[in-house]
Design a protein around this ligand. Structure first.
Ligand SMILES: Nc1ncnc2c1ncn2[C@@H]1O[C@H](COP(=O)(O)OP(=O)(O)OP(=O)(O)O)[C@@H](O)[C@H]1O
Length: 499
């Protein structure tokens, strides 16, 4: 099926998120949309999926103009979308999730449970998804849940599949599996619109690349272009993808974690006897496949978990048993892995979000009153410094693009007086230009004599930032190594293979 977007324009108030966009998606092609944070990629896809109504322009399928009044119409026309935040019901089985929206109702398209089960099995076998229709969705790893979303779309006969940053939440192995699946789908005639900030993935699967900047299409790129070429096309300037840093100037061992254990409600060890230290002016990066205790580690340090045993000290002050307020006041800056859930309040403005985490009182408040003049000035400065693409400080954080939401969290945490920075997946969802900026800021924090704990599933990021690397596997630290360790060895450690 040939899909054509002609002159699509979408405005949010005075902001033109999509400015007369023309785009053609040929049958069976993988078409990558590249563009910096806030360029308008997700907005365009939401128009295509019927979630937003375009102010101008039209959508054509096989040369016929079509009108969508919602995602139901888009689905019926053969356009499927896999969201980054899955829309599945965790307590339902795979087949039940696929059936949703197709229950036997009068006048509707019926998909009963036995048919849904057969369909899941058929699609899974055809593309090697390894999904059992009777598995409960909540028991599946993230990569498998994503495959269920794809099955859901294919079960509705999707001819065009939109994947909006699908690899942001995947492990490297799951990402490789998804790349294979995408190629198979394209070979079977499904068209794929693929949005990603990871240039390696673009080079691996793209048949065609379209570059969007400030709501406009600025050109196309050849998939055989180098990552450096793609990066500069995307953000309009040269980007240095390697992290430049001097040897660390190490100070005191100011952050000490000793025998830290986290138990769940049933007494199961989520974090098992973890010990490490970080010196002033040093970056320790935790490498590991997501779900091996990293989340529990950072949450335990911050005081967000119960069932914590052992000790965590910052500048000699014990933090186990302390409140989150105490930890923040001790000087911990925290960038959580899930910005939507833990990093921001979507209904608060950008400025209000930049003020969160602060102790009550000066300079943001006088008595019980917020000092709005100070807040505004502070927010404007942070917006400029961190290049947060927003209409202004009073815009609601939930209205920003994903990457720009991440920049709000980073701006807030990096602008406090820190004694320790903990950053989980600090560059998730960021474009290459912003990644370069954030990496520079993290190194500057280290160079100002602050200990830094990075948690990242991106091996490139770990290798670029770390002075030492601690590898986590099944709740334990299996080794602490230097950044000249080979990727192969790190991969083995991440899989729990001993030397
Ligand atoms: N519902 C909305 N209301 C107001 N403005 C919005 C809304 N959705 C998006 N925008 C704005 O439209 C612009 C484009 O955002 P969009 O999410 O499409 O960017 P993107 O290219 O997908 O970015 P990212 O790579 O960060 O995900 C941004 O300036 C964003 O703040």
């Amino acid at each position: 099926m040939k899909l054509e977007l002609r002159g699509i324009t979408k405005r949010f108030g005075a902001l033109v998120a999509n400015d007369h966009i023309d785009l053609t998606i040929e049958p069976g092609e993988i078409h990558c949309l590249l563009g910096e944070n806030g360029a308008g990629k997700s907005t365009l896809m939401n128009v295509l999926y019927g979630l937003y109504k375009a102010d101008e322009g039209e959508i054509l399928l096989d040369d016929h103009v079509i009108h969508f009044n919602g995602p139901g119409d888009a689905l019926a026309a053969g356009i499927g979308m896999v969201h980054q935040h899955f829309m599945l019901i965790p307590v339902f089985t795979v087949a039940e999730n696929v059936m949703l929206g197709h229950e036997p109702v009068k006048g509707g398209v019926v998909l009963d449970l036995p048919t849904a089960r057969t369909l899941v099995r058929e699609i899974s076998d055809r593309f090697g998804f390894e999904i059992d229709p009777d598995d409960l969705v909540e028991n599946l790893p993230v990569g498998a849940q994503q495959r269920v979303e794809i099955i859901k779309a294919l079960a509705r006969d999707a001819k065009v599949l939109v994947l909006d940053e699908p690899t942001a939440v995947l492990t490297p192995q799951e990402t490789d599996e998804l790349m294979v699946i995408m190629k198979q789908l394209a070979a079977s005639g499904t068209s794929i619109v693929f949005i990603t900030h990871k240039l390696r993935e673009v080079r691996e699967v793209a048949d065609r690349i379209t570059v969007v900047r400030l709501g406009k299409i600025v050109g196309t790129a050849d998939p055989s272009s180098s990552t450096t070429e793609l990066a500069s096309l995307m953000v309009g300037r040269t980007v240095d993808l390697t992290v430049e840093k001097d040897a660390p100037k190490l100070g005191a061992e100011s952050f000490v974690v000793s025998n830290l254990t986290v138990l769940d409600a049933t007494g199961h060890r989520l974090l098992d006897d973890v010990s490490f230290t970080i010196r002033e002016g040093e970056v320790l990066a935790i490498a590991g496949v997501q779900g091996n205790g990293q989340t529990e580690l950072t949450e335990a340090i911050l005081g967000l978990r119960t069932g914590v045993r052992g000790s965590v000290t910052l500048d000699g002050r014990e933090l186990v048993g302390a409140s989150v307020r105490d930890s923040l006041d001790a000087g911990i800056g925290f960038v959580p892995e899930d910005r939507k859930k833990d990093g921001l309040v979507a209904e608060f403005s950008v400025a209000e979000n930049l003020m969160l985490d602060r102790s009550v009182g000066e300079p943001f408040a006088k008595g019980l009153n917020i000092r709005f003049d100070y807040l505004e000035e502070f927010a404007d400065k942070a917006i400029e410094e961190f290049d947060i693409r927003t209409q202004g400080a009073t815009t609601l954080a939930g209205r920003l693009s994903g990457g720009n939401q991440q920049k709000v969290v980073l701006a807030r945490e990096l602008s406090r007086d820190l004694r320790l920075l903990i950053a989980s997946q600090p560059t998730r969802g960021l474009d290459v230009g912003s990644i370069e900026f954030v990496h520079d800021r993290i190194i500057a924090t280290r160079d100002s004599g602050i200990p830094v704990l990075i948690v990242s599933t991106e091996l490139d990021e770990v290798l670029g930032l770390a002075d030492r690397i601690a590898v986590m596997y099944r709740g334990r630290i299996v080794g602490i190594v230097t950044p000249d360790t080979t990727r192969t060895r790190l991969g083995e450690m991440m899989a729990g293979i001993e030397a």
